[in-house]
Design a protein around this ligand. Sequence first.
Ligand code: ATR
Length: 275
Amino acid sequence: MTIDRYAVFGHPVKHSKSPKIHKLFAEQTGQALSYEALDVPAEHFTQAVTRFFDEGGKGLNCTVPLKELAWQFADVKSRRAEQSKAVNTLALQADGKILGDNTDGIGLVADLSGHHQVTLTGARILILGAGGAARGILGPILEQNPQTLVIANRTPAKAEELALAFSGADIAGCGFGDLQGAKFDLIINATSASLNNDTPPLPDGLLADNGVCYDLAYSNQPTAFVNWGRQQHAGKSLDGLGMLVEQAALAFFIWRGVQPNTQPVLELLNAERLV
Ligand code: ATR
């Protein structure tokens, strides 16, 4: 019997938790599959992904810096993928075509609502950053009907442009300096500043009482933005480990048609980073 083969492509990818998460999902649901992490720089992406599927691979996750390239590669795309112009999940279809989907945004919403009891409907939401990570979560957040959604970015024009791409909803783009005096129930960090242990220059008093901070990045130590949230007395200041597990579960479902239980996997990963 051949075992169905899956992988995550990224650069760097050495520290990816995805192989562990998918191994746990496979054990839990009794699915026979393999899942490995492969370091693929952007310039080798097309060659590597073509070879992977030619050799019988069934599905891929793509992470930084390959999500836009994966979007270009996919033969057919989900609405979520079209909206975000980025793909984190590729899946071989019965007709041989490669489907591209993006499970990041729904993974974030699932983590916030499922694990943290954070309601997005009617909430005042601020997204920091206007790059690929921000674009990837906007559609699923807007589907929850927040009261307002503001995108703030170091380069304000990029935030304004992104807001325009999702126009129709109550959404606006601005610079960090324009946030003075505003209040938000939820602030999501989608900048890459955390990777350099940095936080965007934000005014104090942005967070409503009991407001929530969420960093899309995750780390074994609290990220710079998680620490910022604590300093601002956030009701909850969370990192993106839960989103990572949820986006993986949604990819697993796309590939296998089986929904894994994320709770025990998240508990295990959380326990591991405490030691
Ligand atoms: P990603 O795919 O992770 O979103 P990206 O598309 O390169 O990566 O976007 C990075 C985002 O982080 C951008 O919004 C960037 O701001 P600019 O558009 O002004 O470049 C933001 N960013 C990166 N470093 C930052 C920092 N130190 N402070 C604030 N914002 C930062």
